[in-house]
Ligand binder design. Structure first.
Ligand SMILES: [Cu+2]
Length: 323
């Protein structure tokens, strides 16, 4: 059988093309491998390999160490402190100072797989499997703030195996004081004649101190809870000015229970942020009455601080008290 020289040429050309393609792809993958090796070296130098972004390798003696044992009450899984100030505490907060070399030892309290991981420090014990098995890690607490330590075995963190490691001072939330001084009261009226009494109320929304480290978005009359104590006598005409601060987010108003008439003034005093409305009423009945904001949702405004007292003295004033 006689082969066509043209076909033979095509065959040889295709073969050589195929071979050169193989060689070039081999050399390309070699160069990719080389690049990856360089990158891995660089990542190792930058401490970026392994779990999380590992911080600098600890050198020198351990400044602070904690031992945590895994525990279960049949429902929840926890870490329990062993020894020192955290002894017996479930998921204790571990407090360390910035720059401390911290050692954490995990003791397995069950014959179940657990571990302990702190992502931000690239720190992980690896698994403990057997009852009583221990594993430790050491890291430098070189970032300030609150971080979670947890068990990374699927479902264990959600079941309760999570706590906080606090590096440095906790940030304490502080707000304005909204406390009303209980002695901040107008004096007795005595036996004066009926008069015009002007009352100025300002709705102020204040990020106020609720407890140590906790603030609350209060709604106030004149910046305090309760609002100002108002004093008048039967027969007085009260001119109530209700202003809402410009920076307020909500509509506010005032409903004084000493007002004879529906709504106690709330109908006339719904004020948008930046708005002021004034109304007058005549005090007809002696007594001590509550006043409060009556803008929807009313319970939200009252429980957030918009309430106070108004005293309507009888004609001739109140009798003197002994003490
Ligand atoms: Cu209000």
């Amino acid at each position: 059988m006689k082969r066509s020289p043209i076909l033979l040429f095509i065959f040889l050309a295709l073969t050589s093309l195929l071979l050169s393609a193989c060689y070039s792809s081999a050399s390309e993958s070699n160069s990719i491998r080389a690049t990856m090796a360089v990158m891995q070296d660089q990542m190792a130098q930058a401490g970026l390999t392994g779990q999380g972004a590992a911080t600098q390798a600890p050198t020198g003696p351990v400044d602070v160490s904690f031992t945590l044992s895994t525990s279960t009450d049949g429902h929840d899984l926890t870490f329990v402190g062993v020894g020192g100030e955290i002894d017996g505490i479930a998921n204790p907060t571990l407090v360390v100072q910035p720059g401390d070399i911290v050692q954490i030892t995990l003791v397995n309290g069950q014959a179940t797989e657990h571990d302990l991981v702190i992502d931000e420090f690239g720190a992980a014990t690896g698994s403990v499997l057997a009852l009583g098995e221990e594993r430790s890690f050491t890291f430098v607490a070189d970032q300030e703030g609150s971080f979670s330590y947890f068990c990374s075995i699927p479902g264990h963190r959600a079941a309760g195996m999570e706590g906080t490691i606090q590096v440095g001072e906790t940030e304490v939330a502080t707000g304005e004081s909204i406390i009303k001084n209980p002695s901040d009261l107008p004096g007795p009226l005595g036996s004066r004649a009926p008069a015009l009494v002007q009352v100025e109320l300002v709705a102020q929304e204040v990020e106020g101190q609720l407890a140590d480290g906790t603030t609350y978005p209060y709604f106030t009359f004149n910046g305090s809870v309760p609002g100002p104590f108002i004093r008048a006598r039967v027969g007085d005409t009260l001119e109530v000015s209700m202003r809402n601060e410009t920076q307020s987010a909500f509509v506010h108003s005032v409903d004084l229970h000493s007002v004879n008439g529906p709504g106690g003034g709330a109908v006339y005093t719904q004020v948008q942020p930046g708005e002021t409305k004034v109304f007058t009423f005549k005090a007809l009945n002696p007594g001590i009455y509550v006043y409060h904001c009556a803008s929807p949702s009313v319970p939200h405004h009252i429980t957030s601080g918009m309430y106070g007292l108004i005293l309507i003295e009888p004609a001739g004033g109140l009798p003197a008290v002994v003490r």
